[in-house]
Structure formats: C-alpha cells, structure tokens
Design a binder for this molecule. Structure first.
Ligand SMILES: NC(=O)C1=CN([C@@H]2O[C@H](COP(=O)(O)OP(=O)(O)OC[C@H]3O[C@@H](n4cnc5c(N)ncnc54)[C@H](OP(=O)(O)O)[C@@H]3O)[C@@H](O)[C@H]2O)C=CC1
Ligand SMILES: CC(=O)C(=O)O
Ligand SMILES: [Mg+2]
Length: 759
C-alpha cells in the first residue's frame, strides 16, 4: 500500500467521485444547433471531409482532431510504483495523464487501457490505432516487455511513439543531473552512480546519463534481486545485463559507499539513512518512486544536510517527474507533424528544461506554491511543473530539432508566430497585449509604482525589466526592498534596473511638499496636511512625481479604497484638456473574444454627454491595442423599443457621438444580445451602423457596468486587464487589491503606450 496520508486518500477519492465520476469528458467544438449543422457535421456533409482525406491523407490534420490527439496507452503492468495492478485499476492514472496533457499543453487525449500483456498482442493492438492519433504515449508498461513493444511500434508507426516512463523520466533526470553538476562544479565522467531499479525508467535514465558522459564502469544497478552482477541468472534480461558489474557485492547497501548520485526508480523506502550517510560528499539523491520515494527527503536530510534531494512528488522541492516533459515534447512533435520523437528531440528537451531552471523564477510559480519561490540552487535544480515557460521553451526546441533531423511533415515556417501561439496558450492575454508590449519596448517610459514594496509589484518590475517595456520607479524603503528581492529570488537591482523613491528619506521631499501645496492648496489641502500626505501617501508621492515630470506614468491602488486614490490622482495630475470627468475602461479577455467595458469604476450615473465623452476616450484606448472599436451603447431597450429615461440617455449619447465622432462605428441603444450576436441585431434593426460583434460595451451606469464585468469575468472564465483610468492629464491607473503580477505588467504596457502617445 502507498503511504499517503488518510486525509489525502479520502480527499483523492472525493475528487475522483464528485461532482461526476472521473476526470474527463469529451466536448464538441462545433455548433450542432440546427438541421444545417447536422448536415455539415454528419451525413451528408461529412462525406466531403472523408473524400478530401481519401484524395490527400495529410488533410486529416486539417479536417479532424488527429493532429492534436494522443493516445495514452497502458496495460497496467507497472503503474507508478504500485506494480502490476492491471489495466482497469490503471485508468485513474491514465485519465490523470490526459488531464495534464490538456491543461499543460492543450493536447487532447484518449486514455486507452488494454487487457494485453503479451508483446505481440500489445504491439498489434496499438499499431492498429495509427489512423486515430497524432502520437502514442505508452505508459506504465513494465520492463523488459516495454522495450520491445516501443521498439517495434516505433519501427511500424509513422507517428511518434514515446514510452513516457522511459524517456520522459530520462529527460527530466538528465536535466536535473546536468544542473546538479553545474551547482556542484563536478564532471559526470568522474561520478559514481548507483541505481535502484532496473526497469523502464532506470534503463532509459542510465542510457541517457551515459550519453551525457557517465562511464559505464562507474554505474552500479540494483533491482529486487539485489546487485546486477556479471553471471547473475535470476531476473536478468539483456537490457540490465549491459550494466552488470564484476563484483561479489550483492545488495544496495554494499555498493552505495562513495556514490555521488543515487537514482531511485524502484519502490518506496529501499534507501536507508545509513546508506545515505556513506555516500560521497554533496550527493545527489533522486528518490523518484511514486507515490512513496526510495527515501523521504527529511530522513535523507537528517543524515546528510549537504545532499541535493529530488523526489517525484509535488509536496517537496525539486519535483523530478516526467510531467515536466511529456506534455511539451508532444506539443513540439505534434506541431510539426513529427513521424518520430528521436534522440535529438529528446536532447533538445533536456537542454531546454535545464536552461529554464537557471532563469529567474516566475510569479505564476510563486502563486502556485503559496508565494514561495526559489532561485536556481540546491533546492531548485529543475523548473516547477507550474512554470508557464515550460511550454514556451521545450515545445519550440523539440519542434526545431524535429525539423533539423528531417522528421517533421509540417515544418513551422514562422517561428515567431508559433511562439506567439504558445504564448497565447499560456497567457491568454498574450495576443491582445502583444502590440502594446511591442510599442512599449520601442520607447521605454518611466513608470512609478506607488506600492513598490508589494510582492506583486516586485515580480512585475522584474518582468518589466526583463521584457524591456519600462524603467520602473518603486516607492519603497531600500532596506525592505533588499530583503524582499532576495526572498523572492528576483535579480533586478536598484540603480541598475530601476529607481527608488524612499518615502522615509528622499531629498525631493521638500520640493514635493511645495508642489503639492501649489497644486492642491486651493482645494483645501493645508500645508500641514500636505506635509503629512507627502510623507504617508505613496499615491500622492507618485502623482507628484508624474506631475513634476520625474515619471511618465503611475500605477497605484493595490491597497486602500479606489475613491481615495482617485481623489489624489484627480487633485494632483488633473484632467486632460477638454475632459470634464474621468471614467474607467476594463478589458476582459475571454475564450469568446476580447471585450472592453465602461465605465466600471468612476461615474455612478453618467449623463448622455458623459457617456459620449467616455466613449470617445475609450475608443482612443482601444485603438492603442491595435483594435478598431465597435461600440454598443447598452440598455434594456433595443433601438427605441422602450422609452424609459435610461433608454433615452443611451439614445442621447448615440446622437452626440454621431455628431462628435462621426468616424466611430457605434450604435445604440441596444440589448447586450444584439451587441454580441450580429444575426439577432440584423433581425431587429437591419440598418445598424455597427457591423459584426461589438467589442466596446458602454454601460448605462456603474451598477450595470460592475455587475456585467464581474459576471463575465467569473462565468466566462475571463482574464481582466485594467481598470484603465481615462481622462487624466498624464497616465495614472488605480489597479485594485486583486491585481496579479501579470496584471501589473499588462497595465505597465498600457501606461507606457499611453505616455508615448500623449507626448
Ligand atoms: N518520478 C518520475 O517521473 C517517475 C517515477 N517512476 C517510478 O519509478 C518506479 C519504477 O517504474 P518503472 O521503471 O516504470 O517500472 P518497472 O516495473 O519497469 O521497473 C521497476 C523496477 O524496480 C525494481 N524494483 C521493484 N521493487 C524493488 C525493490 N523493493 N528494490 C529494488 N528494486 C525494486 C524492479 O526490479 P525487477 O526488475 O527485479 O522486477 C524493476 O527493475 C516506480 O515507482 C515509478 O513510480 C517511473 C517513471 C517516472
Ligand atoms: C510519473 C510516472 O509516470 C510514474 O511514476 O510512473
Ligand atoms: Mg508512469
């Protein structure tokens, strides 16, 4: 039995049972709402797709899901470290792999559990699946049968066949060993490696370590029978025999002395503390059996505090698990229509994973692990499974290796576009934000962040510096900054990468107070109040910096009330010429498209004239995203169907806009349905000035805007960007308490581009 806690066990059973059994479902991706859809999806229309494939089999990649469909195939003979539990009991693991493929790399999977233990039976069955799939991921099939099964299938099939427990594990072990060598400043040629396990994972890992330079004579292998030695007859096979040593030693305990690397891919608890104590100094312990490692990290650490320790589990640092590899190696292979996953593609994955661990930690990883992140070092020798950059680094490297080695049937012509596509998968904000990022980089501006000590701001500042979109100025105490940057493993440095305004001791303090009195003295701010506010309000400091031209834009509002920040911004920075009132625009990036909503924050009950003004401001902002605004003035009424005050206000706004912004594609008043479904609009009012789906939704009042915004965000699984404060004399945005580091980076790009266009 696995030694997982009772709590985790019962939690796992509920997770699998509720709210419906299992972890997967199949979803239709095309509409099937009427007779015509039925005729297209199925008979008779479907015949056209069939005939196109008859004429050109490559069309299957265009007309069916095949090119993105992988079979996770198991016969249940070596399921995790649970052993031969059979195909039915392996199904939760295979469904789990399917979920990981989908979530981490957008790959669709059918899990296929086969009652087939004979090699021939297994090979014939899997080979017959070729028409269905773009790739085959063999899983948890025991050694030595798995070696022959994989070899024969690779020979027969023209799609990639990849035994995950062998190569997925070997790739991640290869990356971990590579980085451990770098940290320990050691050469693999000199190291003694002791493996526990001589199965699928062990053999592939050892073979890869040999490719990386390990010497066969330095490798010692033990399995359930003990040491694999020359002349041994029980439980031997030709694959193990490669590593047989001429020795009288018979147990793991007898060969572990002086080992630099322990590679455990066998069963829980086989490595004892006294064995660890006898390993070489600064040993690397890879205790990878699942779910129970060969030794628990705390036991190993107790006897060897100098050890680097990895397990296959997510509840310890250094999770060396093939989940870091299989979704992405398949992503790269499928995207070029690879016919194989060859040695070069595997090595490209090793290099990409190892290199990623050496990059600065990502904020997404920090959130996934409760705010804690580690920089490259003994407790972080490989990336975390939640690192969103895994797909961005591994898939292109693998795709390129496939192309270089001639196994790509659909080579990628435009790698930048491919990277954009992957980026979009990771950060759905990727595409829409891209033009802003590109423009921001062309002319970096100075952006001051009022809450410069906040972890999210620091992580955002790191990304802003790395992406080169702005020069950050942080309002923060230098001593706090220093400790936090270190704690979060961030590499940006004051002076070099960003500037600091120290609210407790800044030479500009008197100057700031004087300016504040000049600006706000006539709005009831006394000199005493000005002194206190400049000392205590980082929003006031930031706004003064922008006003005085020491920064080009400001971001604030992570702490405290929106209205308080708004008052300071309005008092100090003021309104842009010709603007009578501020308003806020929020972008929602949804699976169905990108929608801007206003006014989500400022004006409770705007007049027709206010609405017209905010629409014109919104249109200018939307154009900065490279999007042509299509504005719908929303109401409960459709083109005069009701004559309430509210409907009249929206109609009034339309009339003003027709006058003031005749070039703008805008219409109203209309219901949200008419704005979003052109067919419906066409039926109600065929003469609308609006074409297609509206992308700017102007709401009649703050209640409607706020409610619509939050409902779309939650029900539509949308990513928010904003709020974008419109109408200020200089760019200033109030972010709100739930903003993420990624959100701050996005708003930095918005503010920089705004600052560029106003100068
Ligand atoms: N972290 C990760 O990413 C991965 C971890 N693993 C883990 O590695 C382990 C092996 O998987 P896999 O190679 O696919 O399975 P296999 O069945 O192919 O191999 C298991 C190997 O472990 C040996 N073994 C079993 N029990 C013991 C024991 N008590 N002492 C020493 N050796 C033992 C077996 O010996 P014999 O040959 O004599 O039967 C066999 O060589 C599992 O625990 C699995 O969870 C596997 C893949 C990925
Ligand atoms: C992780 C995995 O594939 C295994 O333990 O078998
Ligand atoms: Mg496995």
């Amino acid at each position: 039995m696995s030694n997982i806690s009772e709590d985790l066990k019962s939690g796992a059973l509920v997770y699998h049972r509720m709210p419906r059994p299992g972890k997967l479902e199949i979803q239709a991706t095309k509409p099937l709402g009427n007779q015509r859809d039925l005729a297209l999806a199925y008979s008779p229309g479907v015949a056209a797709a069939c005939e196109a494939i008859v004429a050109d089999p490559l069309q299957a990649a265009e007309l069916t899901t095949r090119a993105n469909l992988v079979a996770v195939v198991s016969n249940g003979t070596a399921v995790l470290g649970l052993g031969n539990i059979g195909p039915l009991a392996s199904k939760p693991v295979m469904e789990g792999k399917a979920v990981l493929f989908k979530k981490f790399a957008g790959i669709d999977v059918f899990d296929i559990e086969l009652a087939a233990t004979e090699i021939d039976h297994l090979v014939e069955t899997v080979a017959a699946l070729e028409p269905t799939f773009g790739g085959i991921n063999l899983e948890d099939i025991k050694a030595p049968e798995c070696f022959e099964v994989e070899k024969r299938l690779r020979e027969r099939m023209k799609i990639p066949v990849f035994h995950d427990d062998q190569h997925g594990t070997a790739i991640i072990v290869g990356a971990a060993v590579r980085n451990a060598l770098e940290i320990g400043n050691r050469k693999i040629e000199d190291l003694k490696i002791v493996a526990s396990g001589a199965g699928a994972a062990a053999m592939a890992c050892l073979n890869l370590l040999v490719t990386l330079g390990a010497r066969r004579e330095n490798i010692w292998v033990c399995d359930i029978e003990g040491v694999v030695y020359e002349g041994r007859e029980t439980l031997m096979d030709p694959y193990k025999a490669v590593y047989a040593q001429k020795t009288d030693a018979r147990t793991l305990g007898e060969v572990i002395d002086g080992a630099h690397i322990f590679l455990g891919v066998s069963a829980g608890g086989v490595l004892k503390p006294d064995m660890v104590a006898r390993m070489a100094d600064r040993p690397l312990i890879l205790a990878l059996a699942n779910p129970t490692p060969e030794i628990m990290p705390e036991e190993a650490r107790a006897v060897r505090p100098d050890a680097m320790i990895c397990t296959g589990r997510s509840d310890f640092p250094n999770q060396v698990n093939n989940v870091l590899c299989f979704p992405y190696i398949f992503r790269g292979a499928l995207d070029v229509g690879a016919t194989d996953i060859n040695a070069e593609m595997k090595m490209a994955a090793v290099e990409a994973i190892a290199a990623l661990a050496r990059e600065t930690p990502s904020d997404v990883v920090a959130r996934a692990y409760g705010g804690e992140t580690r920089s490259f070092g003994p407790d972080s020798i490989i990336p975390s499974p939640f690192d969103p950059r895994l797909i961005l680094r591994i898939a292109p490297a693998v795709a390129k290796a496939a192309m270089d080695t001639g196994v790509a049937t659909r080579p990628i012509a435009d790698f930048d576009a491919y990277l954009d596509k992957l980026d979009h998968f990771v950060f759905r904000s990727g595409f829409i934000m891209r033009p802003l990022f590109a423009r921001a980089k062309q002319d970096k501006k100075r952006v001051i962040y009022a809450e410069g000590e906040d972890e999210r701001v620091l992580r955002a500042a790191q990304a802003v510096v790395e992406e080169g979109i702005a020069r950050p100025i942080l309002v923060a105490r230098p001593s706090v900054l220093e400790t936090r940057l270190q704690r979060f493993g961030l590499s940006i440095r004051p002076g070099q990468d960003f500037d600091v305004v120290n609210p407790e001791d800044d030479p500009r303090y008197r100057d700031f107070v004087r300016s504040y009195i000049e600006i706000a003295g006539r709005r009831g701010v006394t000199p005493d109040a000005a002194r206190t506010l400049v000392r205590t309000s980082s929003t006031v400091i930031s706004a003064l910096a922008v006003k005085k031209g020491e920064a080009d834009a400001m971001l604030c509002g992570i702490e405290g009330r929106f209205s308080r920040h708004l008052r300071h911004v309005r008092d100090i920075i003021g309104l842009a010429p010709g603007v009578r009132e501020l308003a806020a625009l929020s972008l929602l990036i949804t699976p169905k498209g990108n929608f801007f909503i206003c006014d989500t924050q400022v004006q409770t009950e705007p007049t027709a004239s206010d609405l017209a003004e905010m629409t014109i401001l919104a249109a200018a902002h939307v154009r900065r995203f490279g999007i042509e605004p299509k504005v719908a003035l929303l109401s409960h009424s459709n083109f005069g169907s009701n004559d309430t005050a509210c409907a009249r206000r929206m109609r009034g706004a339309y009339e003003l806009l027709a006058e003031r912004a005749p070039e703008l594609e805008v219409d109203g008043e209309m219901q949200a349905e008419a704005a979003l479904l052109p067919d419906i609009r066409e039926r109600i009012y065929p003469h609308s000035r609006l074409s297609g789906v509206a992308n700017v939704l102007v709401m009649p009042d703050l209640d409607a805007a706020d409610i619509a915004y939050n409902m779309i965000k939650v029900l539509g699984d949308a990513l928010p960007v904003g709020p974008i404060l419109m109408g200020t004399a200089r760019p200033a945005h109030i972010l709100g308490p739930t903003v993420t580091a990624r959100g701050i980076v996005n708003m930095t790009a918005v503010a920089v581009v705004e600052a560029q266009s106003e100068l």
